[in-house]
Each structure stands twice: as C-alpha cells, then as structure tokens.
Design a protein around this ligand. Structure first.
Ligand SMILES: C[S@@+](CC[C@H](N)C(=O)[O-])C[C@H]1O[C@@H](n2cnc3c(N)ncnc32)[C@H](O)[C@@H]1O
Length: 215
C-alpha cells in the first residue's frame, strides 16, 4: 500500500504547480467525463471509487448528483490531493481521499470491509505505463456484479489528421497517449467471460466510454 511518504515522484513533479490550473484548463479537452457522471447512475448505498482521481472534480460532481451513494478516491500524487481535499471541503461533501497506486489499492485503505460496487478510471489509464496491472487489479477489488468504468482519449478517427497530430504532441508533454490496447484488453476480458462490455465513442472518436459489468 502506498503512503504519502512514497507517493509517485513523477506525478508529484508534474502536478505540483499545474494542479492550481488543472480544472480550468482540462475542462475543454477531457471530454466524456460529464457523460460518465450521468451514466454511472450510482445507486443508494453503493460505494464508488475513482482511481487516479486528480483534483476530485468527478467525485465531487458525482457526490452531489448521487447523494445516497458513497464516493472515495485515490491518486498517486499527494500534491494533486492537496487541491482535491481543498475542493472537497469547499463543496461540503464527504469524500475520503488517499495516496495510493492503481496497481495496489484496496477497500481497506478507506476502512471498508466490503469490495467496491464500482471503480472508474477517468483519463488515468492513458497516463499509466502499467495500465494493464491497474485494470486487472481493479477487477480484484470489485464485488461480483460490480462495474469497472473507463473514460479516456479515443482513436480520433472521425477527426482531421492534423488535429490528431497536434493533440498527440500536446499530450506527449504530459506522458499521455491514446492506448488502443486498453479496449483490446477489455474485449478479451469480456470474451473470456469476466463480464459484459459496453463501449461507445464520444465526439467522433475524441474519447471513449467503456463499462465492464462483472459476473
Ligand atoms: C490526467 S489526470 C486525471 C485526473 C482525474 N481523473 C480527472 O478526470 O480529472 C491523471 C491522474 O492519474 C494519476 N495517476 C497517474 N498514475 C497513477 C497510478 N499509477 N496510480 C494512481 N494514480 C495515478 C495522476 O497523479 C493524475 O492525478
């Protein structure tokens, strides 16, 4: 389990200053996050965990929209969580946040004795080199019948080539890239009987939303 002491140094370096402008600057290009908030449809009593929650922007909107569900989140960057904790307090909602890695988080981190009903990754897998370990680990901390949700950059195939090129260059500086292998991995999880997969593109392939409902 990761503690504040051994937080991800690269993520802390990246977000130490940018966390102050993160929400305002990402509003226009992390598309599909609001669609996920609508589609997650968290039921009363369910526990929803965001992996790589950043500033907790998504969790705060969800906590307001689904007040009878419970929301928790974690991030590799203790720096990001400084902003997240301040935003949670300002919003007047209760969202426990922890420093942890997506490859080894657990319900116990939040004092929970049961597994999660839902886990989601919002623009987080595209920044992780070891995204597959994160996905596979998330499946181990979900209840049977729980759902793993992802929103992230898509293949941009319906958009002009120059746009894809410019976006790729921009994202590169944040160590972010479109990972077609994520969808392929979910396809194989669904094919091997792990659950039922729903997938759709947003804004002509700019982003995608995916949900694997486990058995
Ligand atoms: C692009 S931001 C997205 C933040 C938020 N999910 C959102 O939609 O606004 C990616 C986040 O993932 C976190 N992150 C990167 N690698 C991680 C890992 N291995 N485990 C947990 N969080 C990680 C980063 O620190 C960062 O806050």
């Amino acid at each position: 389990m990761t503690t504040a002491k051994d937080a991800h140094p690269a993520m802390d370096r990246m977000y130490r200053w940018t966390r102050h402008v993160y929400d305002a600057s990402r509003k226009y290009y992390l598309l599909g996050r609001d669609a996920l908030i609508g589609e997650i449809d968290a039921q009363p009593g369910e526990v929803v965990c965001e992996a790589g929650c950043g500033t907790a922007r998504n969790l705060i909107l969800m906590a307001k929209r689904y007040p009878q569900a419970r929301f928790v989140g974690f991030d590799a960057s203790a720096e990001m969580l400084k902003t997240a904790n301040a935003s949670v307090e300002k919003a007047g909602v209760t969202i426990p946040l922890r420093v942890a890695l997506a490859q080894d988080f657990s319900p116990e981190l939040f004092g929970l004795t049961e597994k999660f009903d839902r886990v989601f990754f919002s623009y987080a897998l595209s920044i992780m080199d070891d995204w597959q370990a994160a996905v596979d680990h998330a499946l181990t901390v979900l209840k049977p019948g729980g759902t793993l949700h992802v929103v992230d950059f898509g293949d941009q195939k319906g958009l002009p080539r120059w746009f894809k090129w410019v976006l790729g260059k921009w994202l590169h500086q944040f160590h972010v890239r479109f990972r077609p292998e994520v969808k392929a991995h979910f396809d194989s999880l669904a094919a091997s009987g792990r659950g039922t997969l729903a997938y759709r593109e947003v804004a002509r392939g700019y982003a995608y939303l995916l949900a694997l409902k486990t058995r």
